[in-house]
Design a protein around this ligand. Structure first.
Ligand code: ARG
Length: 401
């Protein structure tokens, strides 16, 4: 049996041509692996058939939508994960899952390498290969575009010459990656960061400038996981899909950002993540109600580190996994309801309640029923400010201002 390579297959031009290109350049048999992470669009069976038509010896489709929601999106939500405070890691979350499946299929089929359709300039190449390396360190990674000189023009030429069944005319002027957590759109006129985004870029969100009646919903969480909307229980994947519909209808979750890539380049990105942005806002507010002050504060720092690690392809690293343990532990009391109003591109929390709440009305109130002993504050402040006071006295004695 000749050597085999397992290719992460999307059904698009690059990876379709990649099948024949890999075979020509390496002599290996190509197994195509298509993973459904809720990217929508084409039917997965059509994608599978195309891989075979393009010369794959075998084409495998894995429906990983529930796995993606349970094992990748829910941890990201618990971490309130936003890279550079704004990007909910849409592509960054799918890559380790795809990498993991690439590695396990390669092992099962006795392949010696995996392949992906990334260029040498982006983050996704790092994420795929770092994931594969962490799971199956013996496998090699090949990127036809980066390593085997497969350019766009050559891909089109190759497809025509070999009569590959690729729908060329539908090609978008942008580079788009999408899954159930959102969409990432880059290149084209967006490469000038001064150019404003146009309505055409978006597909998960409606124009937030069009007036619509607000939608108000109640999201219920159990230990940091959203489990119900308006009392109706959903699995994680169903709930994310439902939130995409509800929040997307109000244009929630559009993001326009200049982002720091791992390879050092700054790039201009447009994202839309209606469910991601709305759920993170709701989850974070429930934490404000239920986490002790120091846990809450410390966690904000951990969240930023977690997002950086995931963005930079270190999903399976020791540090990321250790931070997961911390984050999971903080979620013990993050159970309760958040009421949220969505309108005009915004998802705003308007109410929160929990049996695990740390909010004490009798301590907080300025009205009758106040149980807070205000006289205690006087001595507390005396001690709290003591170090500053001592330092100020010293500076005054030494003639400093
Ligand atoms: N810049 C984003 C990230 O690194 C999105 C990448 C999306 N990939 C694509 N081929 N458009 O996560």
């Amino acid at each position: 049996m000749s050597e085999r390579v397992v290719l992460a297959y999307s059904g698009g031009l690059d990876t379709s041509v990649g099948i024949g290109w890999l075979k020509e350049a390496t002599g290996k048999e190509v197994v195509a692996l298509a993973i459904d992470v809720g990217q929508g669009g084409e039917d997965m069976d059509a994608i599978r058939q195309r891989a075979l038509d393009c010369g794959a010896v075998e084409a495998i489709v894995i429906d990983a939508k529930s796995e993606f929601a349970d094992d990748y999106l829910m941890p990201a939500l618990k971490a309130n994960a936003l890279y550079q405070k704004r990007y909910p890691l849409v592509s960054a979350l799918s890559r380790p899952l795809i990498g993991k499946h690439l590695a396990s299929v390669a092992r099962k089929l006795g392949a010696d390498s995996v392949a992906h359709g990334c260029t040498g300039k982006g983050n996704d190449q790092v994420r795929f290969e770092a994931a594969v390396a962490a799971i199956a360190p013996e496998l090699k990674s090949i990127a036809p575009i980066r390593d085997l000189a497969l350019t766009r023009d050559k891909a089109i030429e190759f497809a025509e010459k070999n009569n590959l069944p690729i729908a060329q005319n539908k090609k978008s002027p942008y580079s788009v990656d999408q899954n159930v957590w959102g969409r990432a759109v880059e290149t084209g006129f967006l490469e000038d960061p001064w150019n404003a985004p146009i309505e055409d870029l978006y597909s998960y969100t409606q124009d937030p400038d069009v007036y619509r009646e607000a939608t108000e919903i109640t999201i219920s969480f159990e230990s940091g996981i959203p489990v119900a909307i308006d009392g109706v229980r959903y699995s994680a994947i169903e709930l994310v899909q439902k939130m995409n519909d509800l929040a997307g209808a109000h244009g929630v979750g559009r993001i326009d950002i200049v982002e720091d890539r791992l390879v050092g380049i700054k790039s201009r990105e447009i994202y839309e993540s209606p469910a991601g942005i709305a759920l993170i806002a709701a989850h974070e507010e429930l934490e404000n109600l239920t986490l002790e002050r120091d846990v809450n504060r410390f966690k904000r720092g951990i969240e930023a580190r977690w997002a950086d690690l995931v963005y930079e392809g270190l999903w399976f690293s020791g540090l990321k996994r250790s931070l997961d343990v911390f984050i999971d532990h903080t979620q013990e009391h993050v159970t309760g309801d958040v009421r949220m109003k969505m309108q005009g591109g915004r998802a705003v929390v308007t109410g929160r309640k929990s049996d695990e709440s740390l909010y004490d009305f009798s301590l907080a109130t300025y009205d009758t029923g106040d149980t807070f002993d205000q006289s205690l504050a006087k001595g507390f402040i005396e001690l709290w400010a003591l170090p500053s006071k001592i330092a100020a006295r010293r500076d005054a004695n030494r003639g400093k201002k």
